[in-house]
Design a protein around this ligand. Structure first.
Ligand code: CUA
Length: 325
């Protein structure tokens, strides 16, 4: 274990984004220094030169200078604008995951991190990802607010109970990076650490194959779909009329209260756990809640299953979906 694990003046840069964030910090610090240092330098010079009892020339004191006034206002203004544009660009980049990002489901609970890969692989407190590939985390908490923090990638996002949050990053080099919980969440908060293992694309492929041949997340969701009896109402051929799920994901859904909502991950999750919250137009609010029946990991698998039905053509009869707007 090297010393710079404890004393590190410049944390490791694990991504291009991290380098850009560092330039932003350097830019801000540099600009502050540019304005603060001359103020203090001249302050000390004048304190000595014009101190009481000193025979300095005090005539012809300037009354003010328009040039100086304009300069000291204009320069910081332009500097601040440049930093604003640069940081706004970074802000939007950080919140816009690329469409082809690798999706990983994260569940936080006191006091551990659980990860579910698209292919069905599951991990606790270690996350394997490929290098040079955008990775999108969809995160939720089973209990209190946590926060997933990857210092070397300069990304951090709160993980909330009852609501999905997202974060994405692209690690450039293989290696092992620290992953922390950055929100005080109880007794073992400080121990709620994990490892991010970045592998080369070929090593990552090998890891996926070596991690056991679990069924994919969607297939696990399909098993739950039967196990919990969802298919009794939602299957295409079922007798009870419930909104069909084929082709549902990503579409706009008309609700009983007249509003519309896009069927995204959050909508699907809420519809499973809080089915009375958003009732689909034309259907009776008869679905039972699964709040105390399923944990968030199971819900994530079910959502993955329903997503996998997105490309199945919708059942034409019930009036529940329309084309995306
Ligand atoms: Cu979880 Cu702090």
């Amino acid at each position: 274990m090297s010393l710079d694990r404890f004393v590190s003046l410049w944390p490791e840069q694990g991504s291009h984004y991290a380098e850009q964030v560092d330039w932003l910090v350097i830019g801000f610090t540099g600009m502050m220094a540019l304005f603060v240092v001359p103020v203090f330098v001249f302050l000390w010079i004048f304190v000595f030169r014009y101190r009481r009892g000193r025979a300095a020339l005090r005539d012809h004191r300037p009354d003010g200078s328009l040039k100086v006034e304009i300069t000291w206002m204009l320069l910081p203004f332009i500097g601040a604008l440049v930093l604003f544009v640069y940081s706004a660009r970074l802000f939007f980049e950080a919140r816009t995951p690329p469409a082809d990002a690798l999706e990983i489901q994260v569940t936080a609970k006191q006091w551990m991190w659980k990860f579910q890969h698209h292919g069905g692989q599951r991990e606790i407190n270690t996350l394997h990802v490929p290098a040079e590939r955008a990775v999108k985390l969809t995160m939720i908490s089973e209990d209190v607010i946590h926060s997933l923090f990857l210092p070397s990638l300069r990304v951090k996002q709160d993980v909330l109970p009852g609501r999905y949050t997202q974060m994405w990053f692209q690690a450039e080099r293989p290696g092992t990076y620290d992953l922390y919980c950055a929100e005080y969440c109880g007794t073992d908060h400080a121990a709620m650490g994990a490892r991010l293992v970045v592998l080369s694309p070929s090593d990552y492929q090998r890891w996926l194959e070596g991690a056991g041949d679990a069924p994919s997340l969607a297939a696990q969701g399909e098993a739950l779909f039967r196990q919990f009896g969802c298919s009794g109402c939602h299957a295409v051929a079922s007798v009870t009329r419930a909104p069909p799920l084929q082709g549902l994901y990503g579409r706009s859904v008309a609700l009983a209260d007249g509003s519309r909502v896009v069927a995204d991950d959050a909508y699907l999750r809420d519809s499973i756990l809080l089915p009375q919250k958003q009732v689909v137009a034309g259907y009776a609010p008869v679905m039972p809640t699964y709040t105390h029946v399923m944990d968030e990991e199971a819900v994530a698998r079910l959502v993955a299953y329903i997503r996998s039905l997105a490309d199945t053509p919708p059942d034409p009869s019930p009036p529940h979906t329309e084309d995306p707007q």
